[in-house]
Design a protein around this ligand. Structure first.
Ligand code: DGL
Length: 263
């Protein structure tokens, strides 16, 4: 018996450790306005960046299990740390298609004229095998300077993306790469686009900020289309967190309703 389950009207699931994935959600909303989306923030376990590979894999798997239980037809891993440490295992475990996000070294390398690019990301991302392999693929053509964005995710999760503290932390993180002639800065963490203004204050004018939220949205569109899963609805997004939601934080993103879930 061939059972055809029409999943076109099922939601797209998206997760991150916190509010960082909202930078990816914005791109998804823009390109796919007719999709229902379930956003889940694993704030009870944030930040992921300092956790071990095993912990990251176990959380990524728990988040995906929950999203599949909600009937999601595709899952966007809106977190570089979770993608670089767990996406292979997620694809082996679940039958839904996954779209991940990882530091966009390739466009930076191709666009670089100085031959030096910077990557700002979490410890978990930079230490991952997937990142190391990608970075090495480009190492013969360009110099890739990596730096951990210590404390930045915590500040953004505390609603302090535009604070003086965030500026000081960013200045410290970027100092070593600014001693070199970088002409691209790859944002290797989905929280960092929320530091855009401060980044522009700190970076020399010729440095391009590379963020691949839009590329993730395009890939999501491509996969939905390929699997004949595109929805033609009203595009409703619902928000969940594994922590009692800090509403003043979510309000910074114009989100009024967040439901706490135990995962
Ligand atoms: N926003 C995530 C990323 O892209 C995770 C940050 C964290 O929880 O440390 O890496």
């Amino acid at each position: 018996v061939f059972l055809f389950l029409d999943m076109r009207n099922s939601p797209v699931g998206i997760f991150d450790s916190g509010v960082g994935g909202l930078s990816v959600l914005y791109a998804l909303r823009e390109l796919l306005p007719n999709e229902d989306i379930i956003y889940v923030a694993d704030q009870a376990y944030a930040p992921y960046g300092k956790r071990s590979k095993t912990e990251i894999q176990s959380r990524a798997s728990a988040m995906s299990t929950w999203l599949v239980e909600q009937g999601c037809k595709l899952i966007v891993v809106a977190c570089n740390t979770a993608t670089t440490n767990a996406i292979t295992q997620l694809r082996e475990t679940f039958s839904v298609p996954f779209v991940g996000i990882e530091p966009a070294i390739k466009p930076a390398a191709l666009g670089s004229t100085t031959g030096v690019v910077g990557v700002l990301a979490t410890e978990g991302t930079l230490s991952s095998e997937l990142f190391q392999t990608t970075a090495q693929d480009y190492a013969k053509d360009i110099e890739v300077i990596t730096q951990v964005g210590h404390g930045l995710v915590d500040l953004i999760e505390a609603g302090k993306a535009t604070s003086v503290e965030a500026k000081v932390q960013l200045q410290q993180a970027l100092a070593p790469m600014l001693e070199k002639p970088i002409d691209h800065l790859v944002l290797g963490c989905t929280h960092y686009p929320f530091l855009q203004k401060t980044l522009q204050d700190i970076l020399p004018k010729n440095v391009r900020i590379v963020d691949c939220g839009k590329a993730v949205a395009k890939q999501t569109h491509r996969l939905l289309d390929q699997h004949q899963l595109l929805q033609n609805g009203n595009g409703h997004t619902t928000y969940f967190s594994t922590l009692a939601p800090n509403l003043s934080l979510w309000q910074l993103f114009d989100i009024a309703n967040v439901t706490q879930i135990a995962i």
